[in-house]
Design a protein around this ligand. Structure first.
Ligand SMILES: Cc1cc2nc3c(=O)[nH]c(=O)nc-3n(C[C@H](O)[C@H](O)[C@H](O)COP(=O)(O)OP(=O)(O)OC[C@H]3O[C@@H](n4cnc5c(N)ncnc54)[C@H](O)[C@@H]3O)c2cc1C
Length: 358
């Protein structure tokens, strides 16, 4: 299993428990989570011998048995409903009087004759003779013994993704990793999908769908990272990774206008696929081509450097895919390397000179 993931330049280093180190440009974290434990005597000892955290996995081993479900939320009730297929009797043990589960689940489960709620009650111990035979619960300050052969615990879920990182990774108050719509986390090149990610549904369908989105975006990220490294070889690798993670992919059809002379300058562009053409109005009013851009070329720097409106119009010549950086990301890229800034300023000056009518 994976022990730790850390950033090193533009790479993620994945360290396994046996010490093996793997290096990758991007990592997708899909480690799910683990059920919250009761933390009572007998729970660990009887895990797999009557204590379970998965009714679907283990319910069928308890045909005709008396069982207890611990918890009062949707999971406890959903799993409890499943267990009623096998149980002779099902106790629902919850530490509060009120259940948190949806009303419809409560209605369905609690109206069954074989179901008996025990509230407000806390499990204090799980015991037996090699297999679970009873639980001790505390209700109204008194300990009561309830005879059961299976204890199904659904009192919460702890996502584990964030524990793989020593550096900060954004997570919500319950520990779920926060991502954007492309499954990007706050660490450049690190994606998250499935149960370890903050989301509404913990379902197989969403886990698989989110992972698909993440992989498609990660491919794009790696491509952009390499394009940026080729264009700005002096840039520190970790800044390139941060820049690529902030880049936005924009797509244009042939003849679409990417930016227009006179418009405010807000973004910097690099061509990923296709061709574009920059034009300026000539003395006779016609559009004169002043530059052509192909894969790896960039444009839009002049307006940003001078904080001035666009001097030229750029149009897609073919289907065009561009990587766009906002003003702040572009400024950070320049600030991080004097050589990058000098080179971009040199290109801008040369283009300005070439475009100025003589
Ligand atoms: C009892 C039960 C019933 C369910 N029924 C349904 C259902 O009917 N329909 C439905 O859509 N969903 C159901 N779900 C939810 C569904 O199983 C999850 O939403 C889905 O499996 C999430 O996928 P995941 O990849 O995020 O996490 P998981 O499926 O939990 O996979 C995470 C994997 O990562 C591994 N892992 C953890 N830490 C590490 C590490 N450090 N290094 C390497 N590997 C690690 C784990 O061993 C595990 O194999 C059910 C869940 C439970 C518990």
């Amino acid at each position: 299993p994976v022990k730790e993931i850390r950033s090193e330049g533009d790479r993620k280093i994945v360290t396994l428990h046996d010490g093996t180190e793997l290096s990758a440009y991007a990592v997708l974290v899909t480690v799910g989570g683990e059920p919250t434990k009761l933390g009572v005597v007998g729970e660990t000892e009887y895990h797999g011998r009557g204590v379970s955290y998965c009714a679907v996995c283990d319910g069928a081993f308890f045909k005709g048995a008396d069982l207890a479900v611990i918890g009062g939320g949707d999971s406890a009730f959903q799993e409890g409903l499943f267990l009623t297929r096998f149980a002779n009797k099902l106790y629902v043990v919850h530490r509060r009087n009120e259940f948190r589960a949806q009303a419809i689940l409560q209605d369905r489960l609690l109206k069954m004759e074989k179901v008996e709620p025990i509230t407000p009650a806390e499990v204090k111990e799980i015991g037996g003779n090699g297999d679970v035979k009873w639980i001790d619960i505390e209700r109204d300050g008194k300990i009561e013994r309830v005879n059961v052969e299976g204890v199904f615990v659904f009192i919460g879920f702890k996502p584990v993704g964030r524990y793989l990182f020593r550096e900060h990774i954004d997570h919500d108050k319950n520990g779920y990793l926060i991502t954007d719509q492309y499954m990007r986390t706050s660490i450049p090149g690190v994606y998250a999908a499935g149960d370890t990610r903050a989301q509404l549904a913990k379902q197989i369908t969403t886990a698989v769908g989110d992972a698909t989105t993440a992989v498609l975006h990660a491919e794009r990220y790696i491509e952009e990272l390499k394009d940026l490294e080729r264009a700005f070889p002096s840039e520190p690798k970790e800044v390139v990774a941060q820049t690529a993670s902030k880049a936005e992919l924009v797509v244009f059809a042939p003849d679409d206008i990417v930016l227009k002379a006179g418009d405010p300058a807000d973004r910097f562009y690099m061509v990923i696929k296709g061709e574009a053409e920059a034009t300026q109005r000539g003395p006779d009013g016609s559009q004169v081509v002043i530059n052509r851009f192909g894969p790896g070329d960039y444009f839009g720097e002049i307006g940003l450097l001078n904080d001035a409106p666009r001097k030229a119009t750029v149009r897609a010549k073919t289907s065009l895919e561009l990587m766009a950086l906002d003003r702040e990301t572009f400024a950070k890229l320049l600030r991080s390397s004097q050589a990058t800034e000098d080179e971009v300023r040199r290109v801008a000056a040369e283009r300005t000179r070439a475009a100025t009518p003589r």
